[in-house]
Structure formats: structure tokens, C-alpha cells
Design a protein around this ligand. Structure first.
Ligand code: UDP
Ligand code: MG
Length: 342
């Protein structure tokens, strides 16, 4: 992603040094303006990670926060756990922030966690246990979504249903971004070059040995969700168009069916006129047919436009995100101050 930049050279070198110490687990937390929850999240996460037998790191990916989140993260310090702050140059969206975190993570297993405590950090222990049993991906499935409106629950259900119907990969129902990925899976995901990163699809694509653990999704600890319905619809369209070309096939199929019916209808009109000498009538029905056809045509052009737009974005080949700052605090060190590497 940022292979040629001086920054990436620095971070790659740091990566190599730390690899020698063999990190067991990396927890990646993308956040955007979460100053009200970060302290609580950090505390709960650290107390859980201290129970893990092995060296852990926490990677905070700041997706262009404009509140006091960065200051807060800079003050965090734990002696047994490595901390890393990755500051993106602006708000690139959660999908890009997660990709940045995955590229920076060096653990043998990586867990993605929301900062708002909707995904309870306490479940990390059972996720790690499953990984130690040999699973490469541990999916966390929400069986109950506390604190979410019925409309959000209903629309999420419909979306997963439509996505699975249309796409060629199997995206598990109600599994969000909270999951554990093995090093092998993370390496494969990091090699995926696409810029339209619908992460739930990307996580499912590599396959490998997977297991799903059910959990109850808690309400937000504080603050508001960063997703409005407009953004969610955009994410849903991304999800479908990134992993399926079926909508294009449906458009073609629809065109064929309508053309066939039009032909049959045309023949019937000719026969009626020639044999039964029927006079032309039915202005309203003509209007309905015209408007319906016009609507379907526009819809099909729109579907094609979605794909062409994505081709346009991919061909520009811009980086997914830009890192402005990396601050590291290695584990077990005397001084509690951060060592700034950019
Ligand atoms: N987030 C982010 N960038 C964004 C929007 C959200 O990094 O542009 C983070 C946010 O801070 C949180 C996580 O993604 O840690 C999930 O966001 P949110 O709680 O708003 O989504 P929801 O749980 O409602 O799906
Ligand atoms: Mg949330």
C-alpha cells in the first residue's frame, strides 16, 4: 500500500525487529471521534489481554478524529502490552482504517474490535481458545443486538439475505467485523489489491477453517453510531457489487424477457390488425408500458454505472489510506513516554 514511502520503510523495519519477539496476538481498534469510550475500552481490553499467555499488542487506528481521542490514546501506557497509534491523515472510513490496522499488525492472530464496546473485549479469551484449537477465522455472530432499533435489525437481516443470494461467497449472517484472523489469513487479505474494500466479504473470501461463536451485541457505551442510513445503503451496494456480477446478469435477463414479451405482443397486434381489422386504442396502457420500460432501462443503466464507477476507482489505483503518524510504545519498558517514528 505504502511500500515506497519512507514511513513504510520505518514501520517495516520496526515490524521485522518485533517479529523476532514473536507476538501472539494483535488487537486492532479503528476509531473515529471516540473520546468518550476509549479510556473504558482500553482498561477493559488490557485487563483481558493480561490473562493471555503470550505477548500482545494493541493497535489504535485513528481514522482522522477531530476530538481529543488522539491525546487520550497517547496517554495510555501498559508495561506488558505493546501499544501502537496509527494516525490516518483524514477520515477514510472504517473499512480503510481496518485495512491499515491489518497491515500494521504483527501478531500470529489478529482480532478486530470496535472502540465503542459493542463487541465485549471479554470474549477475546474464547476467541483465542478456538484459534489455539486450530481454527483460522473465528467469526462472532450477533444473536441479539441490544440497543438497536427494529428497523436496523430488519434492514440488516434483509441485506445479509440479499447479499448471500447474489454473491458468490458465503458471508455469514449477522457477523460484523468483530472476529479473529490467523496470520496466514491476514497475510492473504493484505495481498488483496482492491480499493473497494467491503471487509465482511473480504474476510469470508479466503475460506480456511472457520468457526462461528454466538454473542449478544451490547448497546454503545457512549456516543452515537457513525453510520447513517445513507452510508449503510452505500456499504450494502459496495458489498453486493464487490463480490458479485449477478446484478448485471439480472439486467441482461430482464432485457431478454422484456424483448421477448414485446415481440409476442407486436406479433399479436399485427395479427389483430390484419385479420380482425381492430382499430388502435389504449392510450393509458401504452403510457404504463412506456414508463415501466423507461424505469427498468434507467435501473439497468444505474446498475452498470455502479460497476463502471468501481472500475474507475480501481484503475486510479490510489492508496486506500494515508498514514500521517505512527507512535509506538513497546512492551516492558522503563520510560512510559511514546517514541514517535513519524
Ligand atoms: N469508525 C471508524 N471510521 C468511521 C466510522 C466509524 O473508524 O468513519 C469506527 C468507530 O469509531 C467504531 C467502529 O468503527 O470504533 C464502529 O462504528 P460505529 O459504532 O459507529 O458503527 P456501528 O456499531 O453502529 O455499526
Ligand atoms: Mg458501534
Amino acid at each position: 500500500m505504502f511500500d515506497s514511502s519512507p514511513l513504510s520503510l520505518i514501520s517495516n523495519r520496526i515490524g521485522k525487529l518485533d517479529d523476532l519477539a514473536s507476538l501472539k496476538l494483535s488487537v486492532v481498534i479503528p476509531f473515529y471521534n471516540e473520546e468518550n469510550v476509549l479510556a473504558e475500552c482500553h482498561e477493559r481490553l488490557c485487563s483481558i489481554l493480561s490473562k493471555i499467555d503470550g505477548h500482545c499488542e494493541i493497535i489504535y487506528v485513528d481514522d482522522g478524529s477531530t476530538d481529543g481521542s488522539r491525546k487520550l490514546v497517547e496517554q495510555f501506557s501498559v508495561s506488558q502490552i505493546s501499544l501502537k497509534y496509527i494516525g490516518l491523515s483524514r477520515n477514510f472510513g472504517k473499512e480503510a482504517a481496518m485495512s491499515a490496522g491489518l497491515e500494521q499488525a504483527r501478531g500470529m492472530a489478529v482480532i478486530l474490535l470496535d472502540a465503542d464496546l459493542q463487541d465485549p473485549p471479554e470474549l477475546i479469551l474464547s476467541m483465542v481458545k478456538k484459534w489455539e484449537e486450530g481454527y483460522d477465522i473465528v467469526n462472532m455472530q450477533r444473536i441479539k443486538r441490544n440497543g438497536e432499533t427494529w428497523f436496523k435489525r430488519f434492514s440488516a437481516k434483509c441485506f445479509y439475505h440479499v447479499l448471500n443470494m447474489l454473491s458468490d461467497i458465503d458471508v455469514p449472517n449477522n457477523v460484523g467485523d468483530f472476529r479473529l484472523l490467523s496470520r496466514e489469513v491476514v497475510d492473504n487479505i493484505n495481498q488483496m489489491p482492491e480499493k473497494n474494500r467491503y471487509m465482511k466479504g473480504i474476510f469470508s473470501w479466503p475460506g480456511f477453517r472457520q468457526i462461528t461463536i454466538p454473542f449478544v451485541r451490547e448497546p454503545r457505551f457512549s456516543g452515537e453510531t457513525k453510520w447513517n442510513y445513507f452510508k449503510l445503503v452505500g456499504l450494502a451496494v459496495d458489498g453486493i457489487t464487490s463480490f458479485s456480477i449477478k446484478p448485471l446478469r439480472i439486467a441482461t435477463f430482464l432485457g431478454c424477457v422484456i424483448a421477448l414479451f414485446s415481440f409476442i405482443y407486436g406479433v399479436s397486434i399485427i395479427i389483430k390488425t390484419m385479420i380482425f381489422s381492430e382499430v388502435v386504442s389504449g392510450y393509458p396502457s401504452m403510457m404504463v408500458v412506456q414508463l415501466a420500460l423507461g424505469g427498468i432501462q434507467l435501473l439497468c443503466i444505474g446498475v452498470m454505472g455502479e460497476y463502471i464507477g468501481r472500475i474507475f476507482i480501481e484503475t486510479k489505483n490510489r492508496p486506500l489510506y494515508l498514514i500521517q503518524t505512527i507512535i509506538e510504545q513497546p512492551a516492558v519498558q522503563q520510560s512510559q513516554s511514546y517514541e514517535e517514528s513519524a
